[in-house]
Design a protein around this ligand. Structure first.
Ligand SMILES: Cc1ncc(COP(=O)(O)O)c(C=O)c1O
Length: 400
């Protein structure tokens, strides 16, 4: 019988640089390959599996909703979707939600909402400011909002109307908005794919101020870092500023596909029936699972524990940096998303070495290794990867 690797390499379009590893099942924060070998997970899919694997709350939500109703169209009301919308709004700045199926689709919804809000309400132009180093997804609107050229190559022309500015350069954004051509700024509070670049608080506050004064909207793309990843329920909550629109996706439905666009009422009201839609968006199955996920991460003490573990992992990574000052250039960490940036080492090669040692991580930029463990990771498990990484770096030091 052909292996999964052989079939994949033959029949699936070649868009992913896959590791040579077939995964079969998971339990807690451990994944197993088809031969039963275990891997401690510091990737969580791509920051998706925040409750780890085989979580009983997620499994039972899937099973009980699947027996009742998997899908009906959005021409009807369903309780799981309505309850999820209530939870998201009552626990955030937002008043209304639009549900879709992925992060890119949530970003598309946010762009459309910002543009139609400008047309119908604010009177601003259609242009949007986005950040250098950003990643917002692969569909054309989201790709155009993404500044990194490596994702654009071969797909031009992109959607017009996006201007990239430096993350942190408030003057650059302020200079652009004077003529009223711009309707929004889209920003990731932490650039996950960009290499875990954490937005400086003063900059985000400055951008909030600038957008408010110019009738523009602030879009917080929290597809990767919303829903507990940074230790607060939503990443904007670390900064004492509220956006007008927020995008969510990855972890929201416990590993099932979902996306969401959240907005304040004055913004959301720009959408009318017929303006935007999604066949599967917020269907009863994914919404029921998302309710279960949301209830878990908002349980008393859950996010406090994430914050404590955040300090723990950051401390351990900084210790590694001081042990290997010639190899590690920088450690960036907030909540349970951390980056180890190397001077010269290729992150992909380190990730491959970690796989050999039984650990999964993500290489996000050429020299940046990202750790995004499930939020239920334990301190002892953090110790294990730190010691494996230490061993690998010690070998590099010897070899180099
Ligand atoms: C901040 C951000 N926005 C959007 C996306 C796109 O999400 P998806 O891959 O679900 O389309 C990602 C994916 O990594 C992301 O990190």
């Amino acid at each position: 019988m052909a292996t999964a690797k052989e079939l994949t390499d033959k029949y699936i379009m070649n868009t992913y640089a896959r590791f040579d590893l077939e995964l079969e099942k998971g339990e807690g924060c451990v994944l197993y390959d088809e031969k039963g070998r275990s891997y401690l997970d510091f990737a969580s899919g791509i920051a998706v599996n925040n409750l780890g694997y085989n979580n009983t709350k997620i499994i039972s939500a899937i099973a009980s909703q699947a027996e009742k109703l998997i899908h009906v169209s959005n021409y009807f009301y369903t309780a799981p979707q309505a309850l999820l919308a209530e939870k998201l709004c009552e626990n955030s700045f937002a008043d209304r939600v639009f549900f879709c199926n992925s992060g890119a689709e949530a970003v598309e919804g946010a762009i459309k909402l910002a543009r139609i809000h400008a047309k119908k309400i604010s009177g601003n132009g259609h242009k949007i400011i986005t950040m250098n180093g950003s990643f917002h997804g692969r569909t054309y609107g989201a790709l155009s909002a993404t500044s990194q050229e490596k994702y654009h190559k071969g797909f031009e022309p992109l959607l017009p109307g996006f201007t990239y500015v430096d993350f942190g350069d408030l003057k650059a954004a302020a200079d652009l908005v004077k003529g009223g051509e711009y309707c929004a700024v889209i920003i990731e509070p932490v650039q996950g794919e960009g290499g875990v670049n954490i937005v400086p608080e003063a900059y985000l506050k400055g951008i909030r101020d600038l957008t408010s004064k110019n009738g523009m909207l602030l879009i917080s793309d929290e597809v990767q870092v919303g829903l507990g990843r940074t230790g607060t329920l939503f990443a904007y909550m670390n900064y004492g500023v509220e956006p007008d629109i927020m995008t969510l996706a990855k972890p929201l439905a416990g590993g099932l596909p979902i996306g969401a666009v959240l907005a304040r009422e004055e913004v959301a009201k720009a959408f009318e029936p017929g303006n935007h839609a999604s066949t599967f968006g917020g269907g009863p199955l994914v919404a029921a699972v998302a309710n279960a996920f949301f209830d878990e991460i908002t349980k008393e003490g859950f996010l406090d524990e994430v914050k404590e573990k955040s300090k723990y992992i950051a401390g351990k990574l900084l210790e590694l940096k001081s042990k290997f000052p010639g190899l590690i250039k920088d450690i960036r960490s907030i909540g349970l998303i951390s980056a180890v940036e190397f001077f010269d080492l290729k992150a992909r090669a380190v990730a491959e070495k970690l796989i050999e040692n039984g650990f999964l991580t993500t290489a996000v930029q050429e020299k940046v290794l990202r750790l995004t463990p499930p939020l239920v990771i334990e301190r002892g498990e953090i110790d294990l990867i730190i010691s494996a990484l230490g061993k690998i770096l010690a070998e590099q030091k010897k070899g180099g």
